[in-house]
Design a protein around this ligand. Structure first.
Ligand code: NI
Length: 203
């Protein structure tokens, strides 16, 4: 009798221990799981209404692009390196899409430096890049609304040797859905091939 009780107790303890270890491992895995690279558009609140002026002088809002996938890129025309790279890569990625797919994607380059990037300056600058990319400028207030909606960092950095300044800015290329919701983002280091692949996956 005594022996049986001990056996039952031992088995119970063993079961308890096994379950405990299993649960512990599960909890540990949950805690240490790597953060998801691809976000669903549910967890990232990014984007929203804006009113800006395109590189032909036409006032536009986000509604003008609804129904299209948008590639939203913030930068400025005086940018020495990062912005031209990102814009060139967007253009190359666009060329990797079929004409049908291209028609569904609207790349936008929004200036963070509207004081220098007038409609004329944007129009001239965009000539160097893929014809599908539209440059957007506007008043400082209008640009700030867009900067805030996309949670972009942008700050003036004064050049000590001259009156010139540079803009320190985050350089994400946001991929937005036809409903205006965030899908994914790239950087200027994302290859055109990777960008085209991500676009083809949703088109
Ligand atoms: Ni830049």
């Amino acid at each position: 009798m005594m022996k049986n009780k001990t056996t039952i107790l031992l088995i119970a303890a063993l079961v308890f221990l096994t379950l405990g270890i299993r649960y512990g491992i599960k909890a540990y895995n949950l805690k240490t799981a790597p953060p998801q690279v691809q976000h669903s558009n549910e967890d990232v609140k990014l984007g929203g209404p804006f009113t800006l002026v395109d590189d032909t002088g036409k006032t536009v809002t986000e509604k003008d692009y609804s129904g299209s996938y948008m590639l939203v890129y913030f930068g400025y025309t005086f940018c020495p390196d990062v912005c031209p790279t990102g814009l060139t890569n967007i253009g190359t990625a666009m060329d990797m899409l079929s004409a049908d797919q291209q028609a569904q994607v609207k790349p936008l380059f929004i200036t963070v430096d509207p004081e220098r990037d007038t409609v004329e300056a944007m129009g001239a600058y965009m000539q160097s890049f893929h014809s599908s990319i539209t440059g957007l400028s506007g008043s400082r207030e209008q640009v700030n609304v867009a900067i805030k909606a996309y949670k972009v960092y942008a700050a003036k950095v004064q050049d000590e040797a001259s009156d010139d300044y540079a803009m320190d800015h985050s350089a994400y290329i946001f991929m937005m859905g036809p409903d205006g919701k965030y899908i994914n983002h790239f950087t200027h280091k994302t290859t055109p091939d990777e960008m085209a692949k991500a676009l083809k996956a949703v088109l």
